[in-house]
Ligand binder design. Structure first.
Ligand code: 6GU
Length: 224
């Protein structure tokens, strides 16, 4: 899978994909992430990419030409399955969306800044608008990193048995159960006995029960 990202602060995306699971995904050739600087696609002076909004009001808006130029330039080499705009007024990002996107071949992500992008770009190029939660970030980059991470780890072949996504929280609309490792007794705080019993069926039942309990307590909205 290839994920291309258009950003005005590409430096923000230098780190997130160079470690751990996403790093391995890239090394295995399963994931390619490219970050493009929007300012390279503007024909305005001084790399200008934003302007005052029509109708007045505080805050700049990202102009349509640099964005259209960037998108169309990238589209010459790649057919995108989705052109995603990261925006706080988008559809809330969920595991289900990550699952779906992890099966695509090519994704283009546009990171917004300031008051957002000219709406004509949303109408004519964007196929999906995503928000990662009900709060406002100063730009779409960190949100794009979140989405790329969530998708990237689900690409077939990226995770092994140890890191399997099947038992993640949310994968079945339940939170994950508590987990423990050695030592079985730490400061007289003991691991639940049942985890040491060696009976996979009993352990599976206990974990499911714990998942339900946790979900009831912390996220009752997931059960309804
Ligand atoms: Cl995708 N962008 C920004 N700027 N803020 C957000 C967001 C995205 N998702 C939640 N807050």
């Amino acid at each position: 899978m290839k994920i291309d990202i258009i950003s005005v602060v590409p430096e923000l995306l230098d780190g997130p994909f160079s470690h751990s699971i996403l790093k391995r995904a890239k090394e295995k050739g399963l994931l390619e992430v490219n970050v493009y600087n929007l300012r390279k696609f503007t024909e305005y002076k001084h790399g200008q990419i934003d302007d005052y909004q029509f109708g007045g009001g505080a805050g700049m808006v990202m102009m349509p030409e640099p964005l259209a130029n960037a998108i169309e330039t990238l589209q010459k080499d790649t057919t995108y399955d989705e052109v995603i705009y990261m925006t706080p007024d988008g559809e809330r990002f969920k595991q289900q969306t990550a699952n779906l996107l992890s099966l695509k071949n090519n994704i283009l992500i546009i990171c917004g800044h300031y008051k957002g992008i000219d709406d004509r770009i949303r109408q004519h190029f964007v196929t999906r608008e995503i928000s990662i939660g009900d709060y406002v970030l100063s730009g779409g980059e960190l949100a794009a990193a979140v989405v790329t991470d969530a998708i990237g780890r689900l690409i077939p072949g990226v995770l092994n048995d140890e890191t399997s996504a099947l038992t993640d929280s949310f994968q079945d609309d339940l939170l994950a159960p508590p987990v423990y490792t050695r030592p079985a007794d730490f400061r007289d705080w003991k691991v639940p006995e049942i985890l040491l019993c060696g009976d996979p069926k009993k352990i599976g039942e206990w974990r499911h029960e714990q998942s339900l309990l946790r979900t009831k307590e912390r996220r009752p909205d997931l059960l309804s």
